[in-house]
Design a binder for this molecule. Structure first.
Ligand code: FDA
Length: 507
């Protein structure tokens, strides 16, 4: 079985053993392990398959020239760095089921990947395992030894995590920006750390040497990578499909899951065209359903189903505990003698770890514009304590999130423990032209939505939803708002842990 429409299987009399909503990290782990245990799995994904080149011969657009493929159902791009030298950089595009969703809620834009592979299609590949004590603080009900002895190693192995060759890195033109970042961090007495990645650094070496088509070195990242990055399509999902037990239906959006008389669940699904229109609405039944639609997707479905009576047994923890992983961005203006390089690899390799002293871990991020900008860019992950809640809005028929822009202030304060220090030492200033006109902080967004169906609260300690046997959450919605580092390795490792328990006890 491969990619398919759910058409032939949509009859109410056909019962799928397991339906997985979403094809990101949590969904891919569930599909692989269930299939290996002999269970047939059907995955439904609202985004595209992303397996066919467009008219320009490539599957994905790059960051310097976004087009219709780049955004989910928008007529104008919504770039995280919205301005340059104060001027807006967004441009008109045609509406399409593109790869990056900039989903707007009150006070925050949540960026998410859309398509087979979920966030793995658009992310920066930073594959970071948090320090043990930090993990313990995030998920106290989880056995830390098991996570670090079994599930983190398992996740890292299947994801294909690797590290950059430090000797090559020291002289590679494309990491000049990161070496400048290291120099500035170390001169201020801050800890500079390398981070692993799922981008194949041997491939990147060949890009730099001119012997392979460029991807990281051609500004490809948030709208997809045509080469080099090991997305879920190359790892978990490839292994899952190879079992012959996993079917994936792209452009299928789940709208409802309700108990079926006699057991199991009826799943309502809209078929979408590439303009986002619903071309048909079908139902199917499944014995078990895994919610793997991402923190936002899973929370929206469960919040709606609880409020509208579709899943009345869900408890009052649904929709709660949502956080932005403390994300905040900023840029610094370097001196003319500190150029960051016209050629910048789009894949970060390092960060500044000031978590213990200041509550911030800042990734040293590229600005791959193809020209010298004299800017250093950082995405900080901070210990922001604020948590928001999803709620059903009966008037609009949509799910709201009660985040407030002002809630980013603790994140800004934490990031300043790094960058005020560096600016003071270097005699430099913040860039104020990247996130608007005279705006220092990129505090309008997150790349790392987490929570909304928190482990051991909305679910049991392994992701079983309370009140409805056979329903599970297995994605970033389980993690209560923060992981202290970039989240996908933790989401994957936790899914590995949970699915093992579920297979052993429920199937
Ligand atoms: P994920 O979001 O991956 O998958 C959910 C899937 O469900 C999506 O494919 C979605 O389309 C689908 N879906 C949603 N609702 C649906 C419905 N109703 N019906 C059917 N399908 C539905 N992390 C990290 O660790 N290192 C990094 O470097 C980065 N960098 C980064 C950059 C950018 C630009 C972004 C947007 C994100 C990152 N991340 C990251 C974050 C990381 O990608 C994210 O945490 C994970 O993808 C989340 O994994 P999940 O399994 O929770 O859901």
């Amino acid at each position: 079985m491969g990619v398919a429409a759910l058409a032939g299987q949509a009859s109410a009399t056909t019962r799928i053993p397991v339906l997985v909503i979403g094809t990101g990290y949590g969904g891919a782990v569930a599909a692989l392990r269930l299939a290996q245990a002999g269970v047939d799995v059907h995955m439904v994904e609202m985004g595209l398959a992303w397996d066919t080149p467009g008219p320009d011969g490539t599957i994905f657009a790059n960051m310097t020239n976004p087009d219709h493929r780049s955004y989910w159902l928008r007529t104008k791009t919504k770039q995280p760095l919205s301005n340059f030298l104060g001027f807006p950089v967004d441009k008109d595009i045609s509406r399409y089921t593109g790869i990056l969703d900039a989903e707007e809620f009150s006070g925050i834009t949540v960026y998410q990947g859309r398509g087979v592979g979920g966030g793995s299609l658009v992310n920066g590949g930073m594959a970071v395992t948090p320090r043990r004590e930090r993990f313990r603080a995030v998920l106290p009900s989880v056995d830390v030894d098991e996570m670090y002895n079994v599930y983190y190693p398992r996740a890292n192995a299947v994801l294909g995590v690797n590290t950059v060759d430090p000797v090559w890195w020291e002289t590679a033109e494309c990491y000049r920006f990161a070496r400048v970042g290291r120099k500035h961090a170390q001169r201020s007495g801050l800890q500079f750390v390398f981070v692993p990645s799922v981008y194949d650094f041997d491939y990147m070496k060949r890009e730099a040497a001119g012997s392979a088509p460029r991807s990281a070195l051609a500004a490809e990242v948030i709208y997809g990578n045509n080469h080099g990055k090991k997305t879920l399509q190359q790892t978990y999902l490839a292994l899952a499909k190879a079992t012959g037990r996993v079917t994936i239906s792209p452009l299928h959006k789940v709208t409802s899951v309700t108990p079926t008389a006699g057991g199991g669940y009826t799943v309502a699904i809209d078929w979408l065209d590439t303009a986002g229109n619903t071309t048909a609405s079908v139902t199917t039944t499944a014995a078990k359903v895994f919610f793997a639609a991402g923190s936002v997707g899973t929370s929206k479905l469960l919040t709606k189903l609880k409020a509208t009576g579709g899943l009345p047994g869900l408890n009052n923890e649904i929709g709660k505990g949502w956080g932005d992983n403390g994300n905040v961005m900023c840029g610094r203006a370097n001196h003319m003698w500190d150029p960051t390089g016209a050629l910048q690899a789009s894949m970060p390799t390092a960060g500044i770890d000031n978590w213990d002293a200041g509550g911030a871990f800042a990734e040293v991020a590229p600005i791959p514009t193809g020209m010298e900008t004299y800017a250093s860019l950082y995405l900080s992950i901070t210990k922001n304590p604020h948590r928001a809640e999803f709620s059903w809005n009966a008037t609009t028929g949509k799910v709201d999130l009660n985040w407030r822009t002002a809630w980013k202030q603790p994140a800004i304060e934490a990031a300043k423990t790094i960058f005020d220090k560096i600016n003071a030492k270097e005699g430099t200033i913040y860039r104020t032209d990247l996130f608007g006109f005279c705006k220092t902080w990129g505090d309008q967004l997150t790349y790392h939505p987490l929570g909304g169906a928190v482990l051991n609260k909305a679910t049991d300690n392994y992701g079983r939803l309370h009140g409805h046997p056979g329903l599970y959450v297995i994605d970033g919605a389980l993690i209560p708002g923060n992981t202290s580092v970039n989240p996908f390795v933790t989401i994957t490792a936790l899914a590995e842990r949970n699915i093992e328990n579920i297979i052993a006890n429920d199937l």
